[in-house]
Write a protein that binds this ligand. Structure first.
Ligand code: 1HE
Length: 269
């Protein structure tokens, strides 16, 4: 039986059904600048484990208030006085949440405002598309706090902006923002208005694609990146064999053949 998303089961995340399979997931602890405590990570694992089987076709991930996410809940971490093993398990739980996002097969579009820092950047970099505006800024303050990244930044942030930039950010606390941040690859879109509106527009657009195509785009690309070129090319062929012969694609191909489908045109200038 297909599982259902029940928003009333979540407290640190606010979930709203936007229609047509699009869901908005909002980190809902603005009084703590949406810092990631264990309860929030657990809810992220829960939602992103269920979403692919619950008919969710695209997700907008947002943060309540002026900041997207302040990273690891430093107060919880301080109070818990964790052992190395305890914190290793915390990180593994973060990875579970972020891997479900990146490899789950459902497009995740992050709407980023204000601080996207530390674990907040790790969370944002697990989304497939990021939208920023002029308030958005990116940093890895771990070095200054006596910490190290533990939520996958060494993989995902280096993937976005490169190893040398990530090392500089961690060593010096360098902050990236504005056009420079977008050009470097922290976000694919920089908008003048509210990133949430653009993220919703993009989510609605991606939700029009066939789910199996989106599954491949939002799962196979990441998996294949982890493979050798030979194995990746082989896996790509296998995935394409399944996706490109799907029954539901026939109507789209027929529309192209009978010239009723939209053509790909250059943008208006
Ligand atoms: C928090 C956190 C937090 C705010 N954990 N409680 N992350 C950081 O080093 C970033 C730390 N946070 C900040 O630098 C600033 O809070 C912000 C730039 C995000 C926002 O500034 P501002 O002036 O709007 O808010 P504030 O007054 O600093 O904080 C408001 C409240 O949020 C306050 O709580 P209150 O009960 O005193 O009102 C803060 O304590 C609380 N708050 N950020 C807990 N992060 C898997 S390893 C990942 C490692 C990392 O992520 S390291 C990076 C950690």
């Amino acid at each position: 039986m297909q599982p259902k998303i029940d928003p009333s089961r979540y407290t640190n995340l606010a979930l709203t059904d936007q229609g047509d399979g699009v869901w908005m997931v909002t980190l809902n602890r603005s009084q703590k600048r949406n810092a990631l405590d264990i309860a929030t990570i657990d809810e992220l694992v829960d939602f992103f484990s269920t979403a692919p089987r619950a008919g969710v076709r695209a997700v907008v991930l947002a943060g309540a208030g002026d900041h997207f996410c302040a990273g690891l809940d430093l107060i919880e971490h301080h109070d818990a006085d964790r052992s190395p093993a305890d914190f290793m398990h915390v990180c593994l739980r973060w990875h579970e949440a972020f891997n479900k996002m990146e490899y789950g097969g459902v497009p995740v579009i992050a709407a980023l405002q204000g601080a996207v820092v530390g674990g907040g950047l790790e969370l944002a970099s697990s989304a497939h598309i990021r939208v920023m505006n002029k308030t958005t800024y990116f940093a890895l303050p771990e070095g200054q706090r006596g910490l190290f990244t533990g939520g996958g930044a060494t993989i995902r942030v280096t993937d976005l902006v490169g190893k040398s930039r990530m090392i500089d950010m961690m060593l010096t606390g360098r902050v990236y923002q504005g056009a420079e941040a977008a050009e470097l690859g922290f976000a694919q879109y920089k908008v003048d208005g509210d990133p949430l509106e653009k993220a919703l527009e993009l989510a609605r657009k991606t939700a029009q694609n066939l789910p199996l195509s989106n599954f491949a785009i939002c799962s196979a690309v990441s998996h294949i990146q982890n493979m050798s070129a030979m194995d990746g090319a082989y896996a790509e062929a296998v995935v394409a064999g399944v996706v490109n012969t799907q029954h539901d694609a026939r109507a789209r191909l027929a529309a192209f053949a009978d010239k009723s489908a939209a053509r790909v045109r250059r943008n208006q200038e």
